[in-house]
Design a protein around this ligand. Structure first.
Ligand code: ARG
Length: 292
């Protein structure tokens, strides 16, 4: 049995406004709110995941152009994008998903595993404060929406490389939501959002080899209709997507996954984020969703 936390008070005591909002998210496109941080100071000057090669050159101008096209894609789909101010000396800050988790009236700020990213927490906390939240911190490491993915009324939470499993109970309590803990076992898929995509309130896609046997069993049990993605797509971070319930913005190299999505009625929208892949991230990593 994999851990399954249910916060006290129980989820049914969640504010009505939240429940109404959750009920509105359905299998059709919904207007979403995202936060993104431009790659102004992007670089690969340390290696904290297997994708990062400090000897490979990075072109910041290309990274910025690719990031702009991702932002424009969201705007074209009718979504709102808040821009977080980048901080010099924090080259990974472009991966905004890791900044925390914002849902309803709760804003949880990240606590990073690696020293090189630690100072991003203050920058994201400042952004949350500027939006009127009082950011909540966790005692244990949590890397925000890199490892914490909302599906309907529950959170799927990764552990094994970055987020500390002990933070899952803290997250459940703060959000007043059940959290399902899933163990990641392959260092290439060090964050949950590199191996699992949330497509709508009850549909996910995932790459089974990234998970422990127990986590794979749990995912199949919770999501019998889950889309199982193959290695070719997983290895271009094809699962690192952002879905509005209908349009799925994904790395353009993930052509097999795009075809699988089309076959079940989603509309894949490919974007090229090859420069940001050098830091080990793609579409979802660059996007923090604000669940209002
Ligand atoms: N270089 C960053 C790191 O290793 C990449 C983070 C990618 N973000 C994500 N949500 N998977 O921390």
């Amino acid at each position: 049995m994999t851990d399954y936390y249910v916060a006290d008070p129980a989820p049914r005591t969640r504010p009505q406004a939240w429940q109404d909002a959750a009920a509105k998210r359905s299998a059709t496109a919904q207007t979403r709110r995202y936060a993104m941080t431009p790659p102004t100071y992007f670089a690969v000057e340390y290696a904290i995941n297997p994708w990062m090669d400090t000897s490979a050159p990075v072109d910041v101008a290309v990274a910025c152009a690719q990031w702009d096209s991702l932002r424009e894609t969201y705007l074209r789909l009718g979504h709102r994008v808040d821009v977080v101010e980048p901080v010099s000396g924090l080259p990974d800050m472009v991966y905004a998903a890791n900044g925390g988790f914002v849902a309803g009236d709760v804003a949880i700020v990240a606590r990073f595993r690696h020293e090189q990213r630690a100072a991003e927490a203050a920058a994201y906390a400042e952004w949350m404060t500027s939006m009127g939240y009082r950011p909540v911190t966790t005692r244990y490491v949590n890397e925000g929406q890199g490892d914490l993915l909302l599906v309907g009324e529950m959170v799927l939470a990764g552990y094994g490389f970055r987020t500390d499993r002990r933070a899952h109970a803290e997250i459940s309590a703060a959000l007043r939501m059940p959290v399902v803990s899933l163990e990641l076992v392959d260092p290439r898929f060090y964050h949950l959002d590199t191996a699992l995509a949330v497509l709508d309130d009850h549909t996910i896609a995932f790459y089974p080899p990234a998970f422990s046997a127990a986590a794979q069993d749990q995912l199949h049990a919770l999501f019998p209709d889950a889309i199982v993605v193959g290695s070719a797509d997983a290895y271009v971070l094809g699962l690192n997507v952002v879905s509005d319930g209908l349009h799925v913005v994904l790395p353009s190299a993930a052509t097999g996954f795009a075809a699988q999505l089309r076959a079940v009625g989603f509309k894949p929208v490919g974007v090229d984020l090859s420069e940001l892949l050098k830091g080990g991230g793609s579409v979802k990593c660059c996007t923090l969703e604000v669940f209002e």
